[in-house]
Design a protein around this ligand. Structure first.
Ligand SMILES: N[C@@H](CCC(=O)N[C@@H](CS)C(=O)NCC(=O)O)C(=O)O
Length: 200
């Protein structure tokens, strides 16, 4: 049985659950991280030296970094529709997965943390982070405009990886005008039964 170590409220755990639900793979999720206060234990650090969630345990191997877990599962189970083998088609998927970590993650994490506080108590960097979040979401919206899904006409790992995070971004208390196409994509992917099970 595959084990997913990570709390259900983590967006990075939710990506992994979303894929497992889409692929209908049996798994068990175990509570790790934040309030469970167990990711700095030697046993957990032995599996994932970052002390972050998620970690996937598949028999003898522990896999960490959520996007790596997505690719591992898709490769292992031959999910070529979700993760095409053609290099050009694959690059359309991977660019948005990499962009998520390299470009969106910074302003996403900054706003996510501060948005829990009352408006008057937020960090001085709030406005700059909100501006950067909008700029990055504009790049995603323009780069995928007119497409059914992020990588083209098919639903892929790009949609699975980005959905839990972009879903949150679009609901932040930040002015985000002109993202109707991205919101339509968000509604489409978050209405999938697998997403509802993973993150609903
Ligand atoms: N790049 C890593 C990020 C992992 C990460 O930052 N996870 C967060 C939750 S989304 C975490 O572990 N936070 C601390 C905690 O929950 O204890 C990945 O994609 O797996």
């Amino acid at each position: 049985m595959l084990r997913v170590l990570g709390r259900a409220t983590s967006g990075n755990v939710q990506k992994v659950l979303f894929l497992l639900e889409e692929m209908k793979l049996p798994y068990q999720r175990e509570d790790y991280g934040r309030q469970f206060n167990n990711t700095q234990d030697a046993s957990y650090l032995g599996l994932n030296p970052n002390g972050k969630v998620p970690t996937l345990v598949d028999g003898d191997i522990a896999v960490w970094e959520s996007n790596t877990i997505l690719r591992y599962l898709a490769n292992k189970h031959g999910a070529t529709a979700l993760y095409p083998t053609d290099p050009a088609a694959r690059s359309q998927v991977e660019r948005w997965m990499d962009w998520l970590l390299a470009s969106l993650n910074g302003p996403y994490v900054a706003i996510f943390k501060e948005s829990k506080k009352p408006a008057g108590e937020r960090a001085a960097s709030w406005d700059a982070d909100a501006k950067e979040l909008k700029a990055q979401l504009d790049i995603l919206a323009k780069g995928t405009a007119g497409r059914e899904y992020l990588a083209g006409k098919d639903f892929t790992l790009a949609d699975i990886s980005l959905a839990p995070i972009v879903h949150r971004c679009l609901d932040f208390p930040v002015d985000l005008p002109g993202l109707e196409g991205l919101r339509a994509w968000r509604d489409k992917v978050t209405s999938r039964p697998a997403f509802k099970k993973a993150a609903g």
